[in-house]
Design a protein around this ligand. Sequence first.
Ligand code: ADP
Ligand code: MN
Ligand code: MN
Ligand code: MN
Length: 354
Amino acid sequence: MSSLISDLINLSESTKKITAEYVWIGGSGLDMRSKARTLPGPVTDPAKLPKWNYDGSSTKQAPGEDSEVILYPRAIFKDPFRRGDNILVICDAYTPAGEPIPTNKRAPAAKIFSHPDVAAEEPWFGIEQEYTLLQKDTNWPLGWPVGGFPAPQGPYYCGAGADKSFGRDIVDAHYKACLYAGINISGINAEVMPGQWEFQVGPTVGIAAGDQIWAARYILERITEMAGVVLSLDPKPIPGEWNGAGAHCNYSTKSMRNDGGYEVIKKAIEKLKLKHKEHISAYGEGNERRLTGRCETADIHTFSWGVANRGASVRVGRDTEKEGKGYFEDRRPASNMDPYLVTSMIAETTILNK
Ligand code: ADP
Ligand code: MN
Ligand code: MN
Ligand code: MN
């Protein structure tokens, strides 16, 4: 960027006005959209932000002759790009009559999380978002020779070095930006497939887990945009013996975290087993390409669980078994899952389904 342009972007504010970037989910259920507006002063409570609208016919969310979709502000994060009192606002979308539009998965999720039985259990989620960085002109993973393949998997997971780690500056910039924004990001690591990375968000309570994952995805889209690299949430970007990308969902309720929790965990896993098909159908598009029973996954058609087993649908950690309480990991969700859908479904199945 020319220095004059960056000078202008970094102009220090001469007014109390702030910019709010309203962020929402578009018609594919995965594409993120945003637009900015000026507000008279700082805001910290989403309920104090104005509703807004957008052209739903341009996002495949409304017909052209009745195109208005209304944005309801739901969660505020500090804007790491504009800084100061400027904010990112995670929104969900409604018809003018006040009905959630079909792609709004947040509204039904919020309903489940506000159920008194669910709220009383204070459900915690720790989501491991895996993703792949692609070269912009070829859509081939970052660091891979164009038209060819790198050396087989092995040295890349948590690896370092110019021949093993591709895109660390993007990953670290994202980590910092999420911390700045107020996202409960708990860590990052390089993945098994070169060019693939992971960040974790959590433990975060209830609907906030979904809000934070979407905010973190948005920030990652913006940083990869600046880097000229393409973000892919495809669950199996390269077929064959290259690891796919998931979004493991670590989960616990108050009863699971308290003494005797392991018994509650085992009951919850039994409930998940009975609803395996329903869960799989909500766990992301193209997940059948990833859950092959190979590359550290369980077969998509069979539910299994085990202690410390990374080839199972659900894994219980050694510590949880030893202490008789803790949490478990649902390893089935794909990288492109909707966290509102996945978290609320797990809570519904394990808490509300008697
Ligand atoms: P893995 O060993 O599967 O790679 P990670 O360390 O990547 O696991 O992610 C584990 C996630 O689980 C983290 O985000 C962590 O904060 C979260 N977590 C830890 N304890 C709990 C808990 N009791 N309930 C829900 N999530 C938890
Ligand atoms: Mn992990
Ligand atoms: Mn991982
Ligand atoms: Mn995991």
